[in-house]
Design a protein around this ligand. Structure first.
Ligand SMILES: *Cc1c(COP(=O)(O)O)cnc(C)c1O
Length: 367
């Protein structure tokens, strides 16, 4: 049996009729940028997340960057970020010119450890950026309460968690604003790059709308130095088709995750994802940890099973941040994660047989 890490063909086949319809509607409209499809998607995604506003932008990195710009977070300001995340979270802060203050995750949840935040706050701190990593919601209540005490913004990186819930509420609606990515491999994936900002903050939404389109409200009148970061009409039309399926597809991910949790329970040396009782994960990834991760990956590759490592290098040790001079050992929790994590195949089109095969092979490999 061959099990790819993620199947991109089956989702297309399941949605083909709706996607074709969206494509022809888009072509017949002959309107390509910031039109009816984007407006409709923004409304539908705002409703889905349970927020007042959604602003479609070019990608997830830009969503985070534009939020920071809109809140006027800049050089001299500090932003607290997880030490273990995809580098985009960090790059957004760097693009805004602000200073990164990495904080280690809770090793059980792999998400920002609320107990470590207070110690990282200084008079220059402006915001906290929790990431709902792997589709597991971060523990938002203690993060929000420390933020409120210190007058800080909370900006969710919701790139990996469309559809997840924290204490019954959707991620992307829990902080002051959230950056969402619709990169093809994400739970709500476009057919190219796309992203969005979600928020209840009317003035933030207005500011992001301005910034995404050259700082212009009225064509050729530019109020501020904006950017070109717009969600495409075509991607918005496709995303509307996929959004209608998101809950159903996340439900299928949940079934695969539940079978892995059962079948891999007790496997020697293997650490499984920990799901707190208040979390309803979106199961973007199913990440196990093992001290001999590379051997495990090799064994699974030999068995025809596609796996990935999210992520092999923590941002502070990447070439991109070499100039900051963070030595190995600075963020040991993030470093251990980078050495031990392995993502097993997971997606809405993974069959029960395939999931059984992956679990069986994983159990054999760690024996
Ligand atoms: C994918 C991702 C992003 C960036 O999204 P893009 O659309 O690729 O720019 C940001 N943060 C996290 C945690 C991500 O996984």
């Amino acid at each position: 049996m061959k099990v790819p890490f993620l199947d991109f063909v089956a989702p297309y086949e399941e949605l083909k009729a709706g996607l074709d319809e969206a494509y022809f509607r888009f072509m017949r409209s002959a309107w390509y940028v910031l039109g009816k499809e984007v407006e409709a998607f923004e409304q539908e995604f705002a409703d889905y997340c349970g927020v007042k506003y959604c602003v479609g932008v070019g990608n997830g990195l830009e969503a985070l960057h534009l939020i920071l710009r809109a809140y006027d977070i800049k050089a001299g300001d500090e932003v607290i970020v997880p030490s273990n995340t995809y580098i985009a979270t960090w790059l957004a802060v760097s693009y805004a010119g602000a200073t990164l203050v990495p904080v280690e995750p809770d090793p059980r949840t792999c998400n920002l450890d609320p107990d470590r935040i207070e110690g990282a706050i200084t008079p220059r701190t402006k915001a906290i950026m929790p990431v709902h990593l792997y589709g597991q919601p971060a523990d938002m209540d203690p993060i929000l309460s420390v933020a409120r005490r210190h007058g800080l913004k909370v900006i969710e990186d919701n790139a990996q968690a469309q559809g997840a819930r924290y204490k019954g509420r959707r991620t992307g609606s829990l902080g002051d604003a959230a950056g969402n990515s619709f990169y093809p491999g994400k739970n709500l994936g476009a057919f190219g790059d796309a992203g969005a900002v979600t928020t209840d903050d009317a003035s933030l939404a207005d500011r992001v709308r301005l910034l995404r389109n050259y700082g212009s409200r009225k064509k050729y009148y530019n109020e501020v130095k904006g950017y070109n970061s717009r969600l495409d009409e075509l991607q918005a039309a496709f995303l509307r088709v996929k959004l209608a399926k998101l809950d159903a597809w996340n439900g299928r991910r949940r079934i695969v995750a539940a079978s892995y949790l059962t079948e891999l329970n007790g496997a020697s040396g293997l650490t499984l994802p920990f799901v707190p009782e208040w979390a309803e994960p979106a199961w973007h990834l199913f990440v196990v940890r093992h001290p001999r991760r590379n051997d495990l990956q090799t064994r699974l590759t030999e068995a025809g099973i596609g796996t990935l490592i999210h992520y092999p290098v923590p941002p502070h040790l990447s070439g991109a941040y070499a100039e900051a001079g963070w030595a190995r050992g600075t963020f040991p929790v993030a470093e251990t994660m980078a050495e031990t994590v392995l993502s097993l195949p997971l997606g809405p089109h993974l069959s029960a047989d395939e999931a059984g095969y992956v679990a069986g092979q994983t159990n054999l490999a760690v024996k």
